[in-house]
Design a binder for this molecule. Sequence first.
Ligand SMILES: Cc1cc2nc3c(=O)[nH]c(=O)nc-3n(C[C@H](O)[C@H](O)[C@H](O)COP(=O)(O)OP(=O)(O)OC[C@H]3O[C@@H](n4cnc5c(N)ncnc54)[C@H](O)[C@@H]3O)c2cc1C
Length: 503
Amino acid sequence: MNRLLARRFAGNSCLVRVPWRSFCDAAAVNSGTAQAKHAEKQRLTSHSEEYDVAIVGGGMVGMAVACSLASMSLTKHLNVAIIDSNPALVNGITIKKEDPPDPRVSTVTPATISLFKEIGAWEYVQQHRHAYFDKMQVWDYTGLGYTRYNARDVSKEVLGCVVENKVLQSSLLSCIQNADIRKTVFPARLTSMNLNPSSIPTELNGTSSTSPWRGFARLELSDGTCIHAKLVQVGADGSKSNVRELSGFKTTGWNYAQNAIICTVEHTVENNCAWQRFLPSGPIAVLPIGENFSNIVWTMSPNESSELKSLTESDFIKSVNHALDYGYGPHPKSSSARDGDLSWFGAGLTSSAGEGFTVPPRVVRLASERMVFPLSLKHANSYVAKHVALVGDAAHTVHPLAGQGVNLGFGDAFALSRVIGEGIAVGSDIGEVSLLRRYEAERRPANIVMMAILDGFQKVYSIDFGPLNIVRAAAFNAANYFSPLKRNIISYASGEQRLPLFT
Ligand SMILES: Cc1cc2nc3c(=O)[nH]c(=O)nc-3n(C[C@H](O)[C@H](O)[C@H](O)COP(=O)(O)OP(=O)(O)OC[C@H]3O[C@@H](n4cnc5c(N)ncnc54)[C@H](O)[C@@H]3O)c2cc1C
């Protein structure tokens, strides 16, 4: 049935069309009947709606691509399709102020906050619960060392902001919904695609040079819809990306044999610091999420995570407090910058170097369900091909220990849309691989460095070995007291592209 349906986009009055549906009935074509061939020829030669950019996956990163395209004068005229079966894209996301924070949160870096401000999405984040933090304490169970980071060490106001994923997603939805760009949401999943128009049977479309879809990628969706993307098809469909699979991109990676257990907890006081303690089987992080709530991300072996998930609430809370206080080992000895033994650091001392070790606020209540995620590292060997670019978790999945995953994805989203704009400025075909390689050249090295650092951290902290423990403690202490190193670590973790080296 060919028709135009009007749908409300994200619960707002902005209408988004679920367009003319051209059914891709491969079975009918394959049956070889004259009727089927005629129907297929009709479909191929009729003027079905076509898109400049098809974004497969309307998660946080896919929506960031759409918003970024909508925010730039060179790309705001594009006709964009967003494909995702998540009903939130059509119905919107309900966020109730009185509900406790969702356990799925992201720590967004100052670089991401700036990009969100540029595209006009941060104003929506600010309408909901979010928690800036300007302090962070990292230590390990051996009690040999700790580091305190403070935003003022790098003359910044904040180190980051913790935001529920549903708030980020809903803010990007509001942003695109109010943007002046042609966008169509397809509430379906991508099931197959054809990136090479010349592979359409010649008896159906005449010679390939006369194919109406030459220069298009063809996408088939789970509801039978078939659309054509003229230029770029963006794989933003997460770590199990279908676009990556269907395009034949190879990946490198491994499973960590670790799970992350996440949940929201409550304290009796407000928490405004991010805490991370490395334990023998992985780090536990306590991230402020507003009011007296914090988010817990606790990494451990799959067996331990099953045990912890099935504990009663009070036993689970005891385990969390144990892990954040004297459990597994002693507190590190607090040092003061005023101590004579630090004088040799001289002017290299950071202003936070003298801050003593602090125990995180005690957890008194579990405020959400406990969710468990298996952890892995996965990296696409290439991010682009003709008509295709991978972004976000489709291109790279990283360990969550430094809360960088979606920040890398946002970096991809903005870089890709900028490259598309540059292509339009010089009249290039934006599906051309030579143009898309510029995006890959910018993002791949940056992502690889971050992945290597996170993987290295994961490995170094997976070993409980006396001499290594001392080296790690020395590294903590160096990072705590030596300001060029500390400043570089903070800048890099904030999303600035410089490596954490002495500069
Ligand atoms: C425990 C944990 C904690 C984390 N904490 C942080 C943090 O603090 N900071 C941070 O930066 N990152 C963090 N991350 C990583 C972050 O969650 C991911 O990087 C991020 O969700 C990736 O976003 P994405 O849009 O690329 O993919 P996804 O969020 O996976 O979205 C993919 C979308 O594609 C859709 N889709 C899938 N297949 C298809 C298909 N065939 N057709 C159409 N649509 C499809 C899905 O419905 C979904 O909407 C954490 C991850 C974990 C597991």
